[in-house]
Design a protein around this ligand. Structure first.
Ligand code: UTP
Length: 267
């Protein structure tokens, strides 16, 4: 079945980027000359996605503005003889069909995905978290979709031992090239307890059953409902797969990661 929709939960608070994110959504901070979120939308569109469902919060409407038509800006560029810049601002609203839903409180990334249930309907979809940018000729979302046969797929990367405790980690039970069957998911294990060095990054293919699985899973200690807990629940009834993604991955949700991404994209 073709995957047509992507959910982009961007209603988080962005605490790692304060004070920059006091007013400006972290997703609008730039990598070189483009906001982080535009890289993700382009990744999705280049992977064949037709509909982008943003989960936003109050105050993040600037994201909607960014993906809207700006006739005044176009007129200004034309009147100043800067037509050569039109391509940078013009086609963005035509890239895909954009939808917006609200998460009223930041109750976790899984809760944010639930807010998109009606818009997604009864079909598989992709979730892209707002932070994870992968620089590669074949977009990361395409690498995931190519392996889709009806069950969940998580994007993973190899993580050095001293950083593994910051990731959700998979225990692979079968391997076919870069595709793994997942036996278990362990959230932030110590280096000694980690069942592999394959850490989950924020890109997922979800069957529609993920919504019920999230609803059935419990909030974590900090009160947040997480997507990863939904996958743990779903594993009780369906297989879950992981794909090791080709490319250089940047966590742009923190200042050092965003700076590294900017340097890589400017080269
Ligand atoms: P993160 O944990 O990376 O984002 O969530 P955050 O909470 O904004 O950042 P910090 O940790 O406070 O710095 C992963 C993704 O899920 C979204 C975020 O916007 C991000 O894209 N998210 C998270 C929501 O949409 N709602 C939430 O309640 C939590």
């Amino acid at each position: 079945m073709k995957i047509r929709k992507v959910v982009l939960p961007v209603a988080g608070v962005g605490t790692r980027f304060l004070p920059a994110t006091k007013v400006v959504p972290k997703e609008l901070l730039p990598i070189a000359d483009k906001p982080v979120i535009q890289y993700l939308v382009e990744e999705a569109v280049l992977s064949g996605i037709e509909e982008i469902i943003f989960v936003i919060s109050k105050g993040k409407e600037l994201i909607k503005d960014h993906f809207s038509h700006h006739p005044e800006l176009e007129a200004l560029l034309k009147s100043r003889g800067k037509e050569y810049l039109l391509d940078k601002v013009n086609p963005i609203h035509k890239m895909a069909n954009f939808k917006y839903v609200y998460q009223d409180e930041p109750l976790g990334d899984g809760h944010a995905v639930l807010m998109a249930e009606k818009e997604v309907g009864d079909e598989p979809f992709v979730v892209l978290f707002g932070d994870d940018i992968v620089k590669n000729d074949v977009p990361a979302t395409k690498q995931l979709i190519e392996k889709f046969t009806g069950e969940s797929i998580l994007a993973v990367e190899r993580v050095p031992k001293d950083k593994i405790s910051m990731y959700g980690v998979i225990k692979p039970i079968n391997q076919d090239g870069k595709l793994y069957e997942v036996g278990e998911l362990i959230e932030k294990p110590s280096a000694e307890e980690a069942p592999s060095d394959l850490g989950i990054i924020g890109k997922y293919v979800c069957p529609p059953e993920i919504f019920d699985a999230i609803k059935q899973s419990k909030s974590s200690k900090d009160g947040e409902l997480r997507l990863i807990d939904g996958f743990m629940k779903l594993m009780e009834s369906q297989k879950v797969w992981a794909v090791e993604i080709d490319g250089e991955r940047f966590d742009t949700g923190n200042p050092a990661g965003l700076a590294a991404a900017s340097i890589a994209y400017l080269q």
